[in-house]
Unconditional design. Structure first.
Length: 729
């Protein structure tokens, strides 16, 4: 028995649990509140995609003369699907790697229409290993089954969402309420059976649903309905990303037929207060940012005086109870960044609450999850990383920040190196100038493999309107720095921003083409601008040239339909932008005119064909900056003293040989300067938390020698800088 049951309703990710319940459970541990958590989504997927589950799928009756040829084929091959499904799931869970050879033989899996794209398999995967090809084929196999389920069994099904349309800015609760009061769906049968079993086992007093996305909303309500009908003494609460952004103006009484409480923003204190009220049966109750029903009215209560906890106080996420070994890794498309999202299991952490920039005009910067910025110290973060490694056995980390702060990333990287940890990590960033070549190299050494950031509209005018705080040429330099360090770069790309012209869309595409052609961007994704109620655009639409279409709000409110005063139909660019990006990501068709990607007339780009190339020519390598902090990354060198002779004159010289992981660097210096350098290196490695500035090094040098700049910018020292022995941060 546990006091609280924390549930992520279907569906989020297949490869890793959504972290919200793990965060909350970690916090509850610090308050000695007993809890159990479950990812209902992965449990439903595993029950559905099993031999027993597929038997039920294929037992659903339909008129096979009226369905697609693909579904007819899948039904005809149903015995092959039932025969192979358990082995395929086991393979995708990493438990049966030898099956890869069978899968890649192309005579093992039954093939539906998803396999029609296999002509592009070698193109898309090149020389990638057999395991990845097999994962991709197994993913196509699952997607074929998904297509069958959607057409024949349950039209609302999706691997990472369920009945999503019912939750997308549903200003009225009517449609969702009607669906909830109709008969259960096929997927509901699996979901509610698993839930009911768990309720009998755990016997909680409070059940908390974390609802991150619209695609989780229906299932959360359906589960809450079962609880109210069969376990009426149990209280139900909903929190998470969806209510935080969409349910801030809720007025419909019917919602509270399903949920007793809906909490907003950071969940720790609201949930602590709810737990205290319920577990102690208090009459005088205090609430934090909580909607509830009182005297047949929806009321919002925020009378608790308890302040929100600092990030250092909320504990380490706790992934216990979750079936970590049963998540499945899939490879849907050959996008290198998408494979990080869907392949492999990642421990999720946050470097900082909120966004340190907090100005982008399309973003929900008025809400606490963006507005309130609070970083966590590097020491605490790496402590939490080590705790999670110990408890989960996983050394991969996804920092799920809105935008990770560069200074904190630097300190985390140094702390990882000081502790001699071997970890793999990635995160979201802003493409700001702080990400120098040296910082990028340091991040790579600490285990960073990828970053994703918002380039949005690759137009300086629109970036200024967005208040992004970056320019295109700055983005080019930063992506070059990451790429040269060996860190993959993914860019979020936007089209249809208010006042954006057709010319700017075309020019933005040309900028993106050049970034890929220069090899400094490896992955990207275009999405059309959406106006949200909590962004500066949504709050002040007239300032951005858009006219909102407002509805009465009784339920959800976030995405707002609007008309742009330019009158441009931006959606017509979608296919061409995405098709061109697919080609650029695979390194082909850069020479094609941009017109070739569209079936309607577009203007020629006004961007110079060498614009991005020229952005990268502006270097500042030989400018002295005394406030730079200097770190020497290795003391692993061999010293050889010798005499250098020229025209019968001899000078004592020293050869320093640095053995780096992948190469050897040899430099030669006058003996006295070499001895000085050895002393400076030994005193200023990454293990020393007090970093010296370049000015301090200069002062030390000039106590014994002349002209530090001549020494610092000499060829031997440049070799050390270029090979990462010396970093300026």
């Amino acid at each position: 028995m546990k006091d609280l049951l924390l549930i992520t309703p279907p569906f989020t990710q297949l490869n890793t649990p959504y972290p919200a319940t793990a965060y909350i459970k970690g916090f509850l541990n610090t308050k000695s509140i007993s809890s159990y958590q479950m990812d209902l989504g992965i449990e439903v997927i595993l029950k559905l995609f099993s031999s027993e589950g597929l038997h039920k799928v294929f037992e659903v009756q339909t008129d096979f003369s009226k369905i697609s040829e693909n579904s007819q084929r899948i039904f005809a091959l149903r015995n092959e699907y039932v025969k192979t499904i358990d082995q395929v799931i086991s393979f995708l869970q990493g438990k049966n790697p030898t099956l890869a050879r069978q899968i890649c033989s192309m005579n093992f899996l039954p093939e539906g229409s998803r396999f029609n794209q296999l002509d592009d398999l070698d193109f898309a995967f090149g020389n990638m290993g057999m395991q990845d090809k097999a994962k991709h084929l197994a993913t196509l196999y699952l997607e074929d089954l998904s297509d069958y389920i959607v057409e024949i069994v349950d039209g609302d099904f999706g691997f990472s969402r369920y009945a999503e349309r019912l939750g997308k800015s549903a200003n009225s609760f009517d449609e969702l309420y009607s669906k909830l009061n109709s008969s259960q769906t096929f997927i509901d049968g699996f979901t509610l059976e698993i839930l009911e079993t768990k309720l009998h086992e755990i016997q909680p007093k409070l059940i908390c649903f974390s609802v991150p996305f619209p695609g989780n909303l229906y299932s959360a309500f359906r589960c809450a309905k079962l609880i109210k009908e069969k376990f009426p003494t149990i209280k139900t609460a909903m929190g998470g990303g969806f209510p935080n952004t969409e349910l801030r103006e809720i007025r419909d009484l019917r919602v509270f037929e399903f949920f007793d409480f809906i909490t907003l923003d950071d969940g720790e204190v609201p949930l602590e207060e709810l737990s205290f009220n319920i577990l102690n049966s208090l009459k005088e109750r205090k609430y934090k940012r909580t909607f509830l029903l009182e005297n047949e009215h929806v009321v919002y209560k925020n009378d608790s005086t308890k302040p929100d906890y600092k990030q250092s106080q909320i504990g380490t996420p706790d992934y216990s109870d979750l079936k970590l070994g049963e998540y499945i890794s899939v490879i849907e498309i050959a996008n290198p960044m998408h494979s990080l999202w869907s392949d492999g299991r990642w421990n999720k952490l946050t470097m900082a609450h909120g966004c340190y920039w907090g100005k982008c005009t399309f973003c929900d910067i008025s809400l606490d999850y963006i507005r309130i910025y609070e970083p966590v110290s590097a020491r605490i973060l790496v402590d939490r990383m080590q705790e999670l490694i110990a408890t989960t056995g996983e050394t991969g980390f996804h920092f799920v920040d809105e935008a990770a702060p560069p200074a904190l990333m630097r300190e985390v990287a140094l702390e990882i190196l000081r502790r001699n940890l071997v970890v793999t990590w990635w995160t979201n960033i802003r493409f700001e100038k702080s990400f120098t070549r040296d910082l990028s190299f340091l991040l790579k050494l600490s285990g960073c493999v990828a970053v994703s950031g918002g380039l949005e509209v690759a137009s300086d005018r629109l970036l200024k309107l967005i208040d992004k705080g970056v320019s295109v040429d700055q983005v080019a330099k930063v992506t070059r720095n990451f790429t040269e360090a060996g860190i993959m770069v993914h860019a979020y790309l936007m089209y249809g921003y208010p006042t954006q012209t057709i010319q700017e869309t075309v020019d933005s595409l040309e900028m993106v083409r050049q970034l890929f052609e220069m090899g400094i961007l490896q992955s990207g994704f275009w999405h059309q601008f959406a106006m949200t109620a909590h962004s500066p655009v949504g709050k002040n639409p007239e300032e951005f040239g858009v006219i909102p279409m407002q509805n009465e709000i009784l339920f959800a409110n976030n995405d707002i339909d609007f008309t742009d005063k330019t009158g441009i139909d931006h959606s017509k660019f979608s296919f061409g932008l995405k098709k061109s990006l697919f080609n650029y990501m695979h390194g082909i068709n850069f020479e094609l005119p941009l017109q070739d990607w569209f079936d309607f007339k577009i203007p020629k780009t006004t961007v110079h064909p060498d614009y991005i190339h020229d952005c990268l020519l502006d270097e500042e390598e030989f400018i002295f900056k005394g406030n730079l902090k200097i770190i020497f990354l290795t003391q692993n060198f061999i010293v050889e003293n010798y005499l250098k002779t020229k025209k019968q004159n001899s000078w004592p010289y020293t050869r320093l040989t640095f053995h780096l992981k992948t190469n050897i660097v040899k430099i030669e210096l006058e003996k006295e300067k070499a001895e000085w350098l050895q002393k400076i290196i030994s005193e200023n490695t990454f293990e020393n938390p007090k970093r010296v500035t370049l000015q301090q090094i200069k002062n030390d040098f000039e106590n014994s020698f002349d002209d530090f700049e001549l020494f610092w910018f000499s060829k031997p020292i440049q070799q050390l800088k270029e090979n990462g022995v010396i970093l300026s941060l």
